[in-house]
Design a protein around this ligand. Sequence first.
Ligand code: FAD
Length: 460
Amino acid sequence: MTDIITLLVDALGSEQVSLGADVADRSTSYWRPEPTSTLALLRPRSTAEVSQILALCHAHNQPVVLQGGLTGCVDGAISADHEIILSLERMNTIESIDPVSGTVTVEAGVILEVLQTTLAEQGFMFPLDLGARGSCTIGGNIATNAGGINVLRYGMMRDLVLGLEAVLADGTILSSMNRMIKNNAGYDIKQLFIGSEGTMGVVTRAVVKTYPRSTSMNTAMIAVKDFNAVTELLQYLRSALGGSLSAFEVMWGDYFTAVTEPGWHRAPMQRDHAFYIMVETEGSDSHTDTERFNHALEQAFKSSLIEDAVIPKSESERKSLWDIRENFEAILEKKPYYLYDVSLPIQDMPEYVALVREALMKQFSQASCYVLGHVADGNLHLFLCPGEPGKWHEDCDRIVYEPLKQFEGSISAEHGIGTEKVPWLNISRSLAEIAVMHGLKATLDPSNILNPGRVIPLQN
Ligand SMILES: Cc1cc2nc3c(=O)[nH]c(=O)nc-3n(C[C@H](O)[C@H](O)[C@H](O)COP(=O)(O)OP(=O)(O)OC[C@H]3O[C@@H](n4cnc5c(N)ncnc54)[C@H](O)[C@@H]3O)c2cc1C
C-alpha cells in the first residue's frame, strides 16, 4: 500500500477506502463502460470526512478527481491510475425544504431526478432539467453550471444556487449557505465553485431555489420549413405566450430522420421537414393556458410559420415526443461519433452549421453531421460521425471549433472544458483571462491536487 492509502485507511477506516477488485466493476463514465482506473475510491459520508481526506491528500501532493453521477460530457471526472476518486454519491440527503423563502438545502450527491420528484410530491418544482436527470447529481450540476431544457425561462444552474458549502484543496471548509436572494456583503465567493468543474474545491452542500409546481403544461412538436421560420416562431411564441414558454428545443431534419429510422423512435409526423421544434409552456390555469397555447399555434399556422404540429393527448405521448429529442441512441450506434456543445449568436447558426458540414464532407466523404440544440440559448449540440473507422477526434475538433472564431462563439455552452477541450480553450478565452484562471487556481489549490489538468492547461 502506498503511504497515502495507509494514512487514509488509518483516518477513515478500511471500509471507506475501496481498492483493486472493489472498484473493478465501476464504469469509467456514462459514455465509457470500461472499468475505471484509479489508485483508490473514497466515498465520504460528510463534509468533515471530505475535509479530512483533502487535508491528507494536500499534505502528500496526492491528486484527487471528483465524481458525481459521471454523466459529464468532457471527461472531467475520469481518473487515471495515480489519481484518487472522491465520489459524493453517499452524501445524498435532501436536508430541508423552506416553502416560505422558496429554497431547498441538499447534499451534493443528491440525484437531480430525486430532487425533482421529492419536490413535486410536495407541490414544488426544481426547474433544472436535462436528459441525464436520472444519474447526474446536484454537485455535478453546480460544478458544470449545467443548462438543459428550461434555461430560457429559469436560467442555468448558476441562477438557481443561492448558497453552497465547499471544501478547499487543503481541507478548509468554506460555508456560504446563504438562503437570501439578496446578499451583497463583499465578494460572492460561491460563484468560484459554480462552473469551475471541481478545480477550485469540492461542493458538499447547497441551497437552491424551488418554485411552486406548475399545474398546467402544454407541449407540441412543430415542423417548420427553414431556419428563418425557427427564429420567427421563437420571437412570436415569446410574445404570444408571455413568460410561460419554458422550452424551445430545435432538431435539424437530419437528426430527426436518424433517430426515427425503423427500429428507433416512431415518427409522429413526416420525416422530410427541415426543422422540428419541441415547444412547452408551464402555467397555473389549465383552461386559459391551453386556450392561449392552441390559439398561438393556430395563428402561426395561418401565417404559414408552421408546416405541421403534433399535440400529445396524454403524458405517455408527451414523453414519446420528448424521447425523440433526448434519446439519441440511434446516433451513438454510428461509431466513431464525436459530440459537441457550442454557443454562438442565433442568427449565425445556419452559416456556422453549413461551414462545419462542408469541412466535414471535404475530409470524410461518407460522413454525417446531426445537429440539435437549445437554440433559444444560442446553444447547439452537434454529433460528427466521420463514417469510417479510426481516431478522428482531433480532426473533428478542428472542424467544429475553428469556424467559431469568426462568430465569436464559445467552444463550450454548457458541458464545460474537462480534459477534452483544454487545447481549444484559447479560442474562447483570451490569454489575460486564462492567466487570471491560473492565478485563482494557484491561490485556492497551490499544490494542484484537485482535478489537475482539467479546465486549464497544466503549468510546468
Ligand atoms: C444524456 C445526457 C444528456 C445531457 N444533457 C445535458 C444538458 O442538456 N445540459 C447540460 O448542461 N449537460 C448535459 N449533460 C451533461 C451532464 O449531465 C452534466 O454536465 C451534469 O451536470 C454532470 O453531473 P454529474 O453529477 O454527472 O457530474 P460528473 O460527470 O460526475 O462530473 C462533472 C464534473 O464536475 C466535477 N464534480 C462532480 N461533482 C462535484 C462536486 N460535488 N464538487 C466539485 N466538482 C464536482 C467532476 O470532477 C467533473 O469535472 C448531459 C449528459 C447526458 C449523459
